[in-house]
Design a protein around this ligand. Structure first.
Ligand code: PMP
Length: 388
């Protein structure tokens, strides 16, 4: 349409045009594209569960038993008892009284932030928060203020300037999705106590990955606090689809009644719920998968730094290779394709201006050889493009 031509050509000129590339098939660590097998380092399937036999059979069995769709919203007739089981298991993982599943992580953030936060409330949001947190916070109509990434001093200042009648929400990623570093949760919890604020913690990338039990950022810091509302996804380490809130019973009851993206949408299919339960079984019973993920991630992170790459303070299996200009990041990514490595460039608006990067996600099922191939490719092209 003529109307959009100008916008598209601006995106093209700025090297910011995005397009969908069909993938013929994937195993968790490789993809097939146009007849070529490429090593995959950009999936959030951290534990490699998307093809795990236990998850596959749980999904297939659920389809055989209950069919393919939810049929209606949870509040009408879609609320299979399986949901109760999943929500109890999620509450246990997160050490909370209760939990509520939404269709995706994105709609969880829209729904929960939109319901919890009123127009008169103050929202304090980390500068590097995920887009769905920003969208949810904006949708709520509350006063939106951004603090510098992990800067608890600036946060303290903003909290102390709030109106005395104003309820405050500190909104943060647990693991930052593009930098792979971890929010300073103990300090945030202290501030929340001091200023009577609530914390909304998006643990999309922490759930199943961080902490001795895979419980996420709270488990990692051993922080438990009724002021923290924990959000998570079933779509990343848990290998399926969906999002959830884990919190006290009253907050969950409130969401069931007030969160429009929960109320006015169809229940997830039973197979998706069954897959999530099977993933939680593995997270509880097979900690070796998580340990291997950390061993590989720590190795890659150390080696990438040794090569001279800027990895933006990564502390987790998300390890960015900072490039800077969008154009250079695109060229780097193209050249990696030539080496048989699939690692798309991440550009604004997903990351700040001059913050274009290659975002490496390590998976527990990568082999040592695959990681070495990636390191060699990064070193070769990094030198060629004078990134290192
Ligand atoms: N929060 C964060 C931090 C994310 O990275 C993502 C997905 N990229 C989401 C929420 C949305 O989750 P989902 O993909 O399950 O909708």
């Amino acid at each position: 349409m003529l109307h959009f031509e100008k916008e598209i050509s601006i995106l093209e000129q700025e090297h910011l045009l995005r397009s969908l590339l069909p993938i013929d098939s994937f195993s968790p660590t490789t993809i097939d594209q146009n007849g070529r097998r490429l090593l995959l380092f950009s999936s959030n399937d951290y534990l490699g569960l998307t093809t795990h036999p236990a998850l596959k059979s749980a999904g297939i069995e659920a389809i055989q038993k209950w069919g393919t769709g939810g049929g209606a919203s949870r509040l009408i007739s879609g609320n299979l008892r399986l949901y109760t089981e999943l929500e109890q298991r999620l509450a246990r993982l997160k050490s909370t009284e209760s939990a509520l599943v939404f269709p995706t992580g994105y709609t969880t953030n829209l729904g929960a932030l939109g319901a919890f936060i009123q127009k008169t409330d103050l929202i304090l949001s980390d500068r590097l928060n995920h887009a769905s947190l920003i969208d949810g916070a904006r949708l709520s109509g509350g006063t939106f203020r951004v603090y510098r990434h992990k800067d608890t001093e600036q946060l303290r200042k903003l909290l102390s300037q709030r109106k005395s009648t104003q309820r405050s929400f500190i909104v943060t990623d647990g693991v930052f999705s593009m930098d792979g570093d971890i929010a300073p949760l103990p300090e945030l919890a202290t501030l929340a106590e001091e200023f009577d604020a609530l914390i909304y913690l998006d643990d999309a990338h922490g759930t199943g990955v961080l902490g001795p039990h895979g419980g996420g950022t709270c488990d990692h810091f051993q922080v438990s606090n009724r002021r923290i509302i924990q959000m998570g996804t079933l779509s990343k380490a848990l290998g399926g689809l969906g999002g959830f809130i884990a919190a006290d019973r009253l907050s969950i009851q409130y969401l069931i009644n007030k969160a429009r993206p929960f109320i006015f949408t169809t229940a997830l299919p039973p197979s998706v719920v069954a897959v999530a339960i099977a993933a939680l079984d593995l997270i509880e019973q097979a900690p070796g998968i998580r340990q291997r993920l950390w061993k590989l991630a720590n190795h890659f992170r150390y080696q990438a730094q040794q090569l001279g790459f800027n990895i933006c303070g990564s502390e987790t299996p998300i390890i960015p290779i900072l490039i800077g200009k969008a154009e250079t990041a695109l060229v780097f990514s193209q050249k990696l394709l030539g080496e048989g490595i699939y690692l798309p460039a991440i550009r604004p608006p997903t990351v700040p201006e001059e913050g274009s990067r290659l975002r490496v996600s390590i998976m527990a099922i990568h082999t040592e050889e695959q990681i070495q191939t990636l390191l060699s490719g990064l070193e070769k092209i990094g030198k060629e493009l004078r990134v290192i």
